[in-house]
Design a protein around this ligand. Sequence first.
Ligand SMILES: Nc1ncnc2c1ncn2[C@@H]1O[C@H](COP(=O)(O)OP(=O)(O)O)[C@@H](O)[C@H]1O
Ligand SMILES: [Mg+2]
Length: 370
Amino acid sequence: MDETESTPAAASTPPLPPVMVAVFNQKGGVAKTTTACNLAVSLTAFGYRVLLVDLDTQGNATASFGVAPLPAEGAFEVITGRADVADVALDTVYEGLWLLPATQSLRDNDHLLTPSGRRRGLLEARLAGTGVDIVVVDCPPSLAAATSTALASATAVLMPVHPDPFAHDGLVNTWYEICRVRETVNYQLGVAGILLTMTEADPTGADVTRVIRAEFGDQVLGVEIPAQIKVAEAAQLGLPVTVLDPDGPAGLGYVDATREMLALLVRQNRHWVHLPEAASRDAALERLREWRATIHADLLNRSAIASGLAEARPRTTGERMSQAASVAVAAPKRAKWRVLTLNQFIALTAAFVAGMAIEALVEFLGRMTH
Ligand SMILES: Nc1ncnc2c1ncn2[C@@H]1O[C@H](COP(=O)(O)OP(=O)(O)O)[C@@H](O)[C@H]1O
Ligand SMILES: [Mg+2]
């Protein structure tokens, strides 16, 4: 992470702690990681300096940026004070966006994170010197120590909700937990919105949506993220859908959800939420289209080189560039294995034919001697 770069909206005033948005819902599979990644990229397109923190031990957000396997140092080391964020955050291809990756150590040692009483403001303190405007945290789908660490420092929580029949109960439980953290550990914890994700035109989904909107009112963002196959396609390519398809329904949904979330944070008028003014929607979309033109084209070139066998990943700077390259060279293994099988097949056939010829010769010689 290069701290010498200047903030787009750099002010002469001393740096303020970044606004921290934790993306959390106790339910799994509701698009938390998808939302965290798209939100982080959209915020960057709006001109903010953003740090995406992957606190999910599955490391899906980290993998979404082409980092595989998980690096040796990342979020766990920063939280526990074993590493400095400036040393372990990774550059991404999106200028102004950094990634603090999940690590194997987070997976193995989640229980070693600081006891809850001392978590208050810990992550905020660890990330204070980054100079970013916004930190987006992808939380695991449970109240693991990592989630508590994030909620104990967060400015606000963004809750993605997939309106299936169990969504309401999941949201009520999550809401209850947020209220509990607010009352006990982080009095300033706010709500950055409830975001309906993967919505479809089915009556059950519509009913659940109606109930949630009626109960949670203007905490629910007006924008919904429709279910769209492009989102899964984008995830496979290692791109957020806002970059793969910025003008499609899901891509535009995330851009508009980002604006709405920012407006909601500003409307809450909390004096500690300081954000420079965002770029316009048109400017953000233009930036996303530019990224699509350059990054996606680069990806297509690289997947063409790998003959469609490699897992295509966007190229990034630093560690990620070498990791992406190693993914590409791994691909020919399968082709080599196929050539070997063909050789074995030819050798076996030749041996079989030679065996038949010898047998025929022996039979012929036998007949000659009788
Ligand atoms: N709008 C969408 N349309 C279609 N598939 C989606 C959408 N959003 C997320 N998904 C898919 O749903 C699955 C779960 O999403 P994910 O972000 O990993 O959820 P979580 O982090 O809550 O477990 C992933 O396969 C993802 O690609
Ligand atoms: Mg996830």
